[in-house]
Design a protein around this ligand. Structure first.
Ligand SMILES: NC(=O)c1ccc[n+]([C@@H]2O[C@H](COP(=O)([O-])OP(=O)(O)OC[C@H]3O[C@@H](n4cnc5c(N)ncnc54)[C@H](O)[C@@H]3O)[C@@H](O)[C@H]2O)c1
Ligand SMILES: [Zn+2]
Length: 716
């Protein structure tokens, strides 16, 4: 009795945890354990599901594709046929995972192999060209399978979607829902997804299914743009994609998310000109021109080679899908559970394994960041994980260390999957009271433990506003916001530690001798000054020329856009977009400085907390800002004949895009990187591609630089 109760408690707990994780997964936010707040890896998640499957195979949780509790009010697309999931071969023990695959191979093989009685697989009567997996056995027999029976394709780690075409035209698109049937309608958003054509080259009706992903090269750009705007970075491409496609209020925002589509199946096409998965992929690529994930004939030994090749791909994958190549045979195998919405028996997903190592912490390094948070990094002897040597990993925050009792000498579990940054998931042995430094490693101020959002988020912070580490990071942020290149963290630190730079204004007062007193050579010092004064191509200039250029630059104040100056301060949660909103609203820096918290809140895009932080920053640093204004002059937005007009430039311009943008801005016009309903003109240069198409669709006038010149002259 007691045992049964314990088991049903565990079942309930598992159902609660899995539903919580599925909801986060669907929302595209980090998947964290509901009780501990610690990140849950896919492998750990899969293990929870397996545990539930063993304890209660009848759990209602298995009746739907996911247990997400996300209730979405948006319109739905009814999927026909339903969008299902795939059974998985996944286990922390490789031998067990292989047995899962072998069992499936046997069951899905040609009837002559699948139904052969034990011991007869090698009898002469059976097909003699079977492929044997060396040294492996399943159910007491050698592992064999029919050649050409199966295909293998990478399993894309993205967001599943079905596109519906009628007579060759895109009419609907819906995400994969928990019930497999009623998916969120993203028809408006997919028009901004790369690789989703509005029209097919053939007037066919069908449903093309695949994954929305953010290519790794695009993801880098997304992160750089977010960093630029002072926004929070995304945890990974999949989470970014899941959130990025759900732009229900402003579908055109999807364009900025840089999402792409890759297909993996086509459904509901009458008289398909293909019979196998491999033929279907080729037809989709070659005839429809749609990127299809490439299937190849399955060979067990190739699984490792496919995993080894992952670093060469420009998108994230989390395994290999293996399926029956002949589409009719695949269909005939049927489904697990519900005959419509159950997972297909003709496919299995081989999940790449997360590798785990258990090193002993030799040392813990503490580092203070720009906002004063002090993070702990565990240092250990090199361990080999997913193809790389790992010697350090972050210990997240003070709350994590306290909860897990992590200290020097503790044996920790470190996991890594593919390209993902190694992660400490827990402690194995040698627990001990963590020691937090009493003093900031940089400025020696007394540290504080500070509650984050939840108890799990307990942070160690340096409360000293003059902390050198915070200061170095803050000064670097200031320079990089203005696009200063050639003056990186180590040079800035040298000058801060040498006592020559403490405030933004100090950069502009810095003399050659000052920099040299910090230990830089004459050349290094000149290059540092040239960077501050933004002298173009300084490394091509001789010392003497550089000296003259710097002296000339010093004579006038630097003119900087108001919003950029504001963003450069690095005020928490107030970056580029807050700067632009404030600039729009107040038009002058003096007006922003004079504004009350209440007046700041009235600005769209500025919340109460941000308004308070901004106001307190501006008053606390009033003297330093006055000082800085001796050297830089914030440029209020121009007003002129183009005020209120939005421009977008696309393609190449011999004079450079920036040249034209500046001229538009001088007359009060605004320039943005993407076309939306608010755009008044698209200025097309050479090879202006998708933006022109979009402008055309939205009925926005497309002009060339001759026509722009006329607008500018009318304005001047
Ligand atoms: N870390 C967590 O807490 C957490 C939480 C929820 C889900 N997850 C992850 O998500 C998975 C659960 O999602 P699921 O059950 O829908 O499975 P899944 O999304 O991992 O796999 C099934 C899907 O794979 C996609 N797919 C990609 N490439 C394909 C190809 N070449 N051919 C066919 N289909 C392809 C299809 O969209 C299909 O629906 C878990 O296994 C886990 O890894 C993790
Ligand atoms: Zn400090």
């Amino acid at each position: 009795m007691a045992k049964a109760t314990k088991q049903s408690d565990r079942v309930q707990t598992l159902e609660r945890i899995i539903a919580h994780l599925d909801t986060q997964y669907e929302q595209g936010i980090a998947c964290t354990h509901p009780d501990t707040g610690v990140l849950v890896s896919d492998g750990e998640y899969d293990a929870l599901r397996r545990e539930l499957q063993t304890l209660n195979p009848q759990s209602t949780l298995f009746e739907t594709a996911t247990a997400s509790q996300l209730e979405s009010a948006v319109a739905k697309v009814v999927h026909h046929p339903p969008l299902t999931s795939i059974e998985k071969a996944s286990h922390e023990d490789l031998a067990v995972q292989q047995q899962m695959l072998f069992k499936w191979l046997r069951g899905a093989d040609d009837p002559a192999v699948a139904e052969a009685p034990a011991g007869e697989l090698f009898a002469d009567a059976l097909p003699d060209d079977l492929i044997t997996v060396d040294g492996m056995s399943y159910d007491g027999q050698p592992v064999v399978y029919s050649p050409d029976r199966f295909y293998a394709a990478y399993k894309l780690d993205g967001v599943a979607i079905a596109l519906y075409y009628e007579q060759g035209k895109l009419v609907r698109a819906g995400l994969r829902p928990r019930d497999g049937i009623n998916g969120e309608d993203v028809t408006a958003q997919v028009r901004y997804v790369a690789g989703v054509p509005d029209k097919l080259p053939k007037k066919i009706s069908c449903s093309i299914r695949g994954e929305l992903i953010c290519k790794l090269s695009d993801f880098e750009k997304v992160q750089a743009e977010l960093a630029d705007e002072g926004e929070k970075l995304r945890a990974n491409p999949r989470n970014h994609t899941a959130g990025g496609i759900r732009q229900f209020k402003n579908p055109e925002k999807t364009a900025r998310m840089r999402i792409s589509f890759i297909a993996y199946t086509i459904e509901a096409l009458d008289h398909p000109p293909y019979k196998t998965e491999i033929e279907r992929a080729r037809w989709c690529q070659e005839t429809l021109g749609i990127h299809y994930i490439e299937p190849q004939p399955f060979r067990f030994e190739n699984l490792q080679a496919m995993e080894d090749a992952v670093p060469t791909l420009d998108f994230e994958v989390d395994g290999v899908v293996i399926g029956v190549n002949d589409l009719e045979d695949q269909e005939q195998l049927g489904r697990h559970g519900d005959p419509r919405t159950g997972n297909p028996k003709g496919k299995i997903a081989w999940k790449f394994r997360e590798e785990e190592a258990t090193p002993v912490i030799r040392d813990i390094q503490w580092q203070t960041g720009r906002t004063g948070k002090i993070v702990a990094v565990a240092i250990f002897d090199p361990v080999r994980l997913a193809g790389t040597n790992v010697t350090r990993a972050t210990l997240h925050n003070a709350g994590f260390m306290l909860r897990n009792q992590i200290t020097i000498g503790s044996t920790i579990a470190v996991r890594k999957a593919g390209k993902i940054i190694p992660k400490v998931t827990g402690v194995i042995a040698g627990q001990g009271e963590p020691q937090f430094p009493d003093h900031c490693p940089a400025c020696k101020a007394k540290t504080q433990l500070q509650q984050g959002g939840t108890e799990e988020m307990l942070e160690l912070v340096c409360p000293n506003p003059d902390c050198s580490a915070q200061n170095v990071h803050g000064l670097c942020h200031y320079l990089s916001t203005f696009g200063v290149v050639g003056l990186g963290e180590s040079r800035v630190r040298t000058m801060v530690e040498g006592g020559k730079v403490a405030t933004h204004a100090d950069f502009y007062r810095l003399e050659l001798e000052d920099a040299m007193e910090c230990g830089l050579t004459e050349r290094q010092s000149l290059l540092a000054l040239a960077a501050v004064h933004m002298i173009p191509a300084p490394d091509k200039m001789k010392n003497e020329e550089l000296g003259i250029a710097i002296a000339t630059a010093r004579q006038s104040k630097k003119q900087v856009p108001l919003w950029q100056l504001f963003a450069a301060f690095g005020i928490e949660a107030a970056g580029k977009s807050a700067g632009k909103a404030l600039e729009d609203h107040f038009s002058s820096f003096d007006a922003i400085r004079a504004a009350t918290v209440q007046q700041l809140i009235e600005v769209g895009d500025v919340g109460e907390k941000t308004a308070e932080t901004v106001s307190s920053y501006l008053s606390t640093n009033a003297a330093a800002i006055d000082d800085l204004l001796n050297y830089v002059e914030p440029q209020s937005p121009k007003t002129g004949l183009l005020t209120g007009k939005n421009f977008c430039f696309s393609g190449g311009f011999p004079e450079g895009k920036r040249h034209w943008e500046q001229r538009v801005e001088e007359l009060g016009g605004k320039c943005s990187g993407s076309v939306s309903k608010k755009t008044h003109y698209l200025v097309a240069g050479t090879a202006s591609g998708s933006k022109s198409e979009k402008a055309e669709k939205l009925g926005i006038p497309i002009i060339d630089t001759d026509e722009l010149q006329k607008l500018l002259q009318a304005g001047s």
